[in-house]
Structures are given as structure tokens and as C-alpha cells.
Design a protein around this ligand. Structure first.
Ligand code: DX5
Ligand code: ZN
Length: 217
């Protein structure tokens, strides 16, 4: 069984208490930090720009897992790679066609970062089958993107099982990440289905950070 990675989403971080929360994150077993970028168009919410990412990079050695929920993935991929993203995940639905998805992944690789592609709940995961050769991380949304604190969509586990099978059959090392509604119970279901990376926002930051991260592993 492969090891699980926990990626706390800073969307739910308490910004009145940033340094204390970052200290706890640094002492926790979380290896990635999930950074949700929203442009107010692709999703009805607005979040962080590249300067915040640069600031976080100075305070932690965690892997910067940047998830861009934006209408213009080409522009923002470049912006967040320059700001220091280690993993850059963009949305399949925001791209013109398969060729553009491939082109963005190649651009990410050229900057020595990992390429992630995300699908919203309504998008069939099979669209990624012919692209697995350029995708390092498949990010399956288990809520509608835009907000933290929503309930886990259990039927998304079928997508996890499907893409896991494709990854094995194609002999790839692509990781499967799931995002939305993860807590200690849903984490168990996700891991059993084949998830490698668990994004968790409200569950981690509404509880004791270190204990919550540990309960997901
Ligand atoms: C939602 C974001 C998630 C969000 C998850 O669009 O992509 O990363 O922070 O939050 P929880 O874990 O609270 O569902
Ligand atoms: Zn996210």
C-alpha cells in the first residue's frame, strides 16, 4: 500500500491567527500545502494571488500544491509557476481542447514543476485517459469547486477507481488527489478506492491541526 499524503487547504486557514496555524502545520505530518486560487469567474469566489504564495514559501518547506480554478489557465499557470508552485493543477473544463491541456502540462514540466489536471464533479474522468502520459497528479473534485465546508460526494469514488485502473494499465506513476469534504470518515473511503493525496480544508482548520492531519493518514 502506498503512503498517503495530506494537503491542508489554506482556504480554511484562520487568517487572524496565521503564524500560529503555520507553526502547527509545520509541526504536523502534512507534506503538501494546498493553495486554492479562484478568479471569481470560473467559480463564484475570489481568493489568493501569487504574492501570498511567495510569502508562504518563506515560512514552510511543505510542497506548494497550487490548484487554479480560473478561466484563463494559460495565464495563471505562468504566474503561479513564477511565484514558486511545486505542483500546478488546472481545470480540464477551462481548456479549449485536449491539445491545450497537453500544452499546459508541458509548460509546467519545462519549469521543473509537476502538472496536475482537475475535473469537476460533472466531468467524466475518462477524458483524462489519453493524457495520463503528461499528468503527474489527477485531482478529482468531490464537491463543486468554489467553497470549503461542503459535503463529500461519495459517487466521485467511482472516478477514483476508474482512473486508478487506467494508471495501472498504462503503467504510469500518476498520483490521485481528491478535494472536497474530506474528514476522517471520508478519508477512509477515499484511500480504499485508491486515493494517494487528500486535500482537507475545514476538517483540518476547525480541529486541532496536528491531530486532524494524523487522523487522515
Ligand atoms: C474547493 C477547494 C477545496 C476546499 C476544500 O473549491 O478546491 O480545496 O478548500 O475544502 P473542504 O475540505 O472544507 O471541503
Ligand atoms: Zn482545491
Amino acid at each position: 500500500m502506498t503512503k498517503t499524503i495530506v494537503a491542508p487547504s489554506i482556504l480554511s486557514l484562520d487568517y487572524a491567527n496565521v503564524s500560529e496555524q503555520l507553526k502547527q502545520l509545520n509541526e504536523s505530518k502534512a507534506e503538501w500545502l494546498h493553495f486554492d486560487v479562484m478568479d471569481g469567474h470560473f467559480v463564484p469566489n475570489l481568493t489568493f494571488g501569487p504574492d501570498l504564495l511567495k510569502g508562504f514559501k518563506k515560512c514552510t518547506d511543505m510542497v506548494m500544491d497550487v490548484h487554479i480554478m480560473v478561466e484563463d489557465p494559460v495565464f495563471f499557470t505562468d504566474v503561479f509557476l513564477k511565484a514558486g508552485a511545486d505542483i500546478l493543477t488546472f481545470h480540464y473544463e477551462a481548456c479549449k481542447d485536449e491539445k491545450e491541456v497537453r500544452m499546459i502540462c508541458e509548460e509546467i514540466h519545462a519549469c521543473h514543476a509537476k502538472a496536475g489536471v482537475s475535473v469537476k464533479p460533472g466531468t467524466p474522468i475518462s477524458v483524462l485517459d489519453p493524457l495520463l502520459d503528461v499528468i503527474d497528479v489527477v485531482l478529482i473534485m468531490s464537491v463543486e469547486p468554489g467553497f470549503g465546508g461542503q459535503s463529500f460526494m461519495e459517487d466521485m469514488l467511482e472516478k477514483v477507481r476508474y482512473i486508478k485502473k487506467q494508471i495501472v494499465e498504462q503503467n504510469r506513476s500518476t498520483l490521485i488527489e481528491i478535494d472536497g469534504g474530506i474528514n476522517a470518515d471520508t478519508a477512509k473511503l477515499a484511500k480504499a478506492a485508491g486515493v494517494d493525496v487528500l486535500v482537507a480544508g475545514s476538517y483540518v482548520f476547525r480541529n486541532d491541526i496536528k491531530a486532524a492531519v494524523e487522523s487522515l493518514l
